[in-house]
Design a protein around this ligand. Structure first.
Ligand code: CU1
Length: 153
């Protein structure tokens, strides 16, 4: 699946490499999670030619958001633990995200079974040399529900 995704990214990469081009190229990613603490992908990758990324995240389970809610959060790998612990302190009413958390590159709201949500963000702040991780910040999920977010040529 990861290889398939990478192929799509490579084939859709028609613009010259490098961020901040004038093409305004939008890249789409899809990811899902069910009633277990698991995303259906362990890795997501975008081309460095993407100016903007839209992530569509589906909760394919049946449990409600209060019991088994999930979100999709992107940050530098080094920031995951503190974002998650601050999110836990912020609690369910804040979607397990600390208000105004500048370490977060992108985050969806918490969704429950049957719901799909999407988030778009610019790639201007991303660097090919940094390490990024996507994860779920719902209470206790981030240590298991996480994967690598890569920028490839
Ligand atoms: Cu979760």
């Amino acid at each position: 699946m990861v290889r398939f995704l990478v192929m799509i990214v490579i084939f859709s990469s028609v613009a010259p490499f490098g961020f901040g081009g004038s093409h305004g190229k939008n890249c789409n990613l899809e990811i899902a999670a069910g009633d277990m603490l698991k995303f259906d992908k362990t890795e997501l990758a975008i081309s460095s030619s993407c100016d903007k990324v839209t992530v569509s995240f589906s909760h394919t389970g049946k449990l409600p958001a209060t019991v088994m809610g999930h979100n999709w959060v992107l940050s530098k790998t080094a920031d995951v633990k503190l974002i998650a612990s601050d999110g836990l302190a912020a609690g369910a009413t804040n979607g397990y995200i600390k208000a105004g958390d500048e370490r977060i590159i992108a985050a969806t709201k918490i969704v429950g079974g049957g719901e799909t949500v999407s988030i778009s963000f610019g790639t201007g702040q991303l660097s090919k040399t940094a390490s990024y991780t996507f994860f779920c910040s719902f209470a206790g999920h981030s240590s298991i529900m996480a994967g690598a977010f890569k920028i490839i040529d």
